[in-house]
Design a binder for this molecule. Structure first.
Ligand code: NAD
Length: 367
């Protein structure tokens, strides 16, 4: 059986529209405000299943092309994440260009909120790398299309603990597949990036008795986590030189590529970062050929989306946790499908996510 591969960004596209069309986005909005210094890109990938929900990333991109590429790839990932998780949401994502440690202000976030609002609910935003629930409170002053609000405003607060819980369960499912037991006790796990999600993940791993290695580009983060748990700290550029059972990418995307995959010394890749595979098709295949079990990122890191989606529909912490727990079986289902069709796990996940969208698009077309 042939399974269509994930539409990938056309690396040769030299125009903005060339890039947008290569992954089939519905809409991309460029937001600029001289006074506040706001430079943002909102990418809406697909709204067949519902409004496009995805966080706002605040990142110091090397250039604007890199920011566009990130917004396009991240929003596509949100489409598949919502679909495979069974949520009634589409995929979108936004990036704000700047240094989150220096360039944030109330006015900037409120101006950004006005742009979000102008989309009339086609895009719903939330926090992401470089933004917090408190920032979303500012966005929320100008638009009701915001989720991931602080608990004192009736929101579900920081989605990271839910993301980490799902990643932990997905990792256990991968251990079950690779080792015949889902126990992580004594397993060596490398957590790359100990920010919001990484730290909660370390907490789960610590409770289960895993041997934990952590790396981060910020020494203060590294030390903060090392002071709470029994861990080994590793330099950010040494992540691939330590032999481990499980590599958990919890920093930024694209860490699985031509250069890094041959260096991997692990049996399993299971982490929180979005877009871990630099190229979904090529690098998913490379991992599979190397005998490394890959737990697809958007399958196991859906806990945060589950939680913010629950907030959108009327928040229930219990419902969010119950939905997160399904990640374990869903991950096993993907491994089963990959094995039976002899395809990489990344492709199996894409196939399931894409099929749901196609089926719903078809019934809408019949209306
Ligand atoms: P965060 O910004 O709180 O943490 C990321 C950490 O990674 C930071 O401490 C940063 O210093 C570190 N880092 C960056 N580059 C690194 C490198 N090269 N090597 C080592 N460390 C590095 O972000 P987060 O909210 O914890 O999210 C982590 C990842 O998980 C992101 O890719 C994000 O998109 C994804 N994710 C997060 C959520 C969520 O609920 N927060 C949900 C789904 C996916």
């Amino acid at each position: 059986m042939t399974v269509a591969s994930t539409p990938e960004l056309d690396k040769n596209a030299t125009t903005v529209f060339g890039q947008i069309s290569s992954m089939d986005h519905e809409q991309v909005m460029f937001c600029f405000d001289q006074q506040t210094g706001l430079k943002a890109i909102i990418a809406i990938h697909n709204t067949v299943l519902g409004p496009a929900l995805g966080g706002t990333r605040f990142w110091n991109y090397a250039h604007e092309g890199e920011a566009l590429r990130d917004a396009l790839r991240l929003s596509r990932g949100m489409t598949y994440k919502a679909s495979i998780t069974g949520l009634h949401l589409g995929g979108g994502k936004a990036v704000i260009i700047g240094d989150s440690r220096k360039d944030k202000s109330e006015a900037l976030f409120r101006r950004y909120g006005q742009f979000v609002n102008s989309l009339n609910g086609r895009y719903i935003t939330a926090e992401d790398v470089g933004t917090t629930s408190a920032d979303m409170e500012w966005v929320g002053r100008e638009s009701k299309f915001v989720t991931g609000l602080p608990e004192y405003l009736g929101g579900g607060g920081d989605p990271s603990p839910f993301t980490a819980y799902g990643v932990y369960l997905g990792m256990k499912a991968a251990a079950h597949e690779a080792y015949g037991s889902d126990s992580l006790s004594g397993k060596k796990v490398m957590v790359q990036g100990v920010g919001h999600v990484g730290e909660y993940l370390v907490e789960h791993l610590h409770k289960e008795g895993a041997v934990i290695y952590i790396a981060d580009i910020y020494e203060d983060r590294l030390q903060a986590v090392a002071s709470r748990f029994k861990v080994f700290t590793v330099g950010a550029d040494e992540v691939f030189s330590v032999p481990v059972n499980i590599y958990a990418p919890c920093a930024l995307g694209g860490t699985l590529n031509e250069e890094t995959i041959p260096k991997l010394q692990c049996d399993i890749v299971a982490g929180a970062a979005n877009n871990q595979l630099e190229d979904e098709t090529e690098h998913g295949q490379m991992l599979s050929d190397s005998g490394i079990l890959y737990a697809p990122d958007y399958v196991i890191n859906a806990g945060g989306l589950i939680n913010v989606a629950s907030e959108w529909e009327g928040y229930s912490r219990e419902r969010s946790l119950a939905q997160c727990e399904r990640i374990y079986d869903r991950t096993l289902e993907i491994f089963r499908m990959a094995k039976s069709k002899n395809i990489p796990t990344s492709l199996a996940a894409y196939h399931i996510a894409d099929e749901r969208i196609r089926k719903i698009a078809a019934i809408h077309a019949r209306r």
